[in-house]
Design a binder for this molecule. Structure first.
Ligand code: GMT
Length: 379
């Protein structure tokens, strides 16, 4: 199958899922065309089945805001026509689903019929999509996609509650590629990070408000008072400065390292004992799954799709949003006893295995076939 994938090429979760999916489909023999405004962060190797088309935008003094949607739609028309694609799979509804609809209408005028699958990732529904400035377009483009998937049951329910949806939304959960995410032996790195054999606690995110990165530091302070620990903060974003400031105010900055954006996240996770995700909204929690795949238990909130991933008392614990004391108590419980920590590590890994790419990829392939069959023009 020849598939065009549209996504945000950044370090955000939806871009990572789209890129990893494209890479896996290409390894399975499909021809994959990424159509984005810059090279996707995880598109880091060459394969004969992978293509990348950059959406270039003409600048003009009249444009206060560059009309990216028009440039992307034009690029989609061009790539679908020239490369003879069978299907478009767009990740993150805003603006990709409505742009794909526009491209599809334009292509129809050339007698080309291409089905569009939209994957909803989270904030395109929960935080941003619901806003009045977007919701009519989001509703329309979900209803007019030929296939729609959501990355968790909770996101599917939220979509149906928040918008007037007249079609099926299929749940296909996020996945993990174990050929990349596995526990690597990084003893020298661990000794450098935690020379006194302290426990290593990790958080990775884009440091947006929704991630509650200050709660990570608050939890760490409580844990560190009982169990000597180090905190690794991976990623960057608007809340990083406030979070660094809080670490200084709380007097823990000597035990906290802000590492910025990192590509080799699996190496950092491999030296970690616990992952913290105190988000106030999380449709799935891909970063938590990546941690679990590296044998790292997760203390998270119970919001959104997190309870579908992180099993309370098994792979980690769930607490209410903002309940720093509860999350600290759970973190200490996991970390204070070596045997218990090992049990949580094993259980986190076992849970992650249920989201193995090898189990999820066939679900996407079958869904593409289903959509193609349902949209086939007779004759
Ligand atoms: O805000 C983010 O975390 C990035 C965002 C994205 O779409 O780039 O992530 C969302 O999609 C991820 C991949 O499906 C999910 O794992 C994240 O839970 C989700 N983020 C939120 O719902 C806040």
């Amino acid at each position: 199958m020849k598939i065009g994938i549209v996504c945000y090429p950044t370090f955000g979760g939806s871009g990572v899922v789209a890129t990893e999916l494209g890479k896996a489909l290409a390894s399975n023999g499909h021809e994959i065309h990424f159509i984005t405004y810059s090279q996707p962060a995880r598109l880091d190797f060459f394969s004969e089945n992978l293509y990348y088309h950059e959406v270039a935008m003409a600048q003009y003094p009249l444009f206060d805001f560059s009309p990216y949607e028009s440039a992307l739609a034009s690029k989609l028309v061009d790539v679908v026509k020239f490369e003879k694609l069978d299907l478009l799979h767009v990740h993150y509804a805003i603006p990709h689903a409505s742009v794909a609809f526009l491209a599809k209408q334009i292509l129809a005028t050339y007698g080309i019929h291409i089905p569009v699958v939209t994957t909803l990732h989270g904030t395109d529904i929960t935080l941003v999509g619901k806003d009045k400035s977007f919701s009519p377009v989001v509703t329309f483009s979900i209803n007019h996609s030929d296939g729609v998937t959501a990355v968790s049951e909770n996101l599917r329910e939220q979509t149906l509650e928040s918008f007037d949806i007249k079609r099926e939304v299929r749940v296909i959960p996020n996945f993990i590629d174990f050929s990349r995410f596995h526990n690597k032996s990084k003893e020298h790195f661990k000794r450098a990070i935690a020379p006194g054999n302290e426990r290593v606690i990790t958080h990775t995110s884009n440091f947006r408000k929704v991630k509650n990165t200050q709660d990570v530091v608050r939890i760490f302070k409580q844990v560190n008072e009982v169990i000597p620990s180090k905190l690794l903060m991976v990623g960057d974003g608007p809340e990083r400065r406030n979070t660094e400031e809080l670490a200084r105010q709380l007097g823990v900055s000597q035990d906290v390292r802000f590492l910025g954006k990192q590509d080799a996240i699996e190496e950092i996770l491999s030296v970690s004992d616990l992952f913290l995700m105190p988000s106030s909204s999380e449709s799935f929690g891909l970063a938590a799954l990546e941690a679990m795949a590296c044998h790292v238990p997760v203390v998270s909130t119970n919001t959104g799709g997190l309870p579908e991933l992180n099993l309370h008392g098994v792979s980690g614990f769930l607490s209410n949003i903002g309940d720093v004391d509860d999350m600290s108590k759970h973190a200490i419980h996991i970390l204070e006893d070596c045997d218990r920590l090992q049990r949580f590590k094993d259980a986190a890994f076992a849970r992650a295995q249920e989201f193995d790419l090898r189990n999820i990829l066939p679900l996407y392939e079958a869904y593409y076939e289903e959509v193609l069959n349902n949209t086939k023009i007779p004759g």
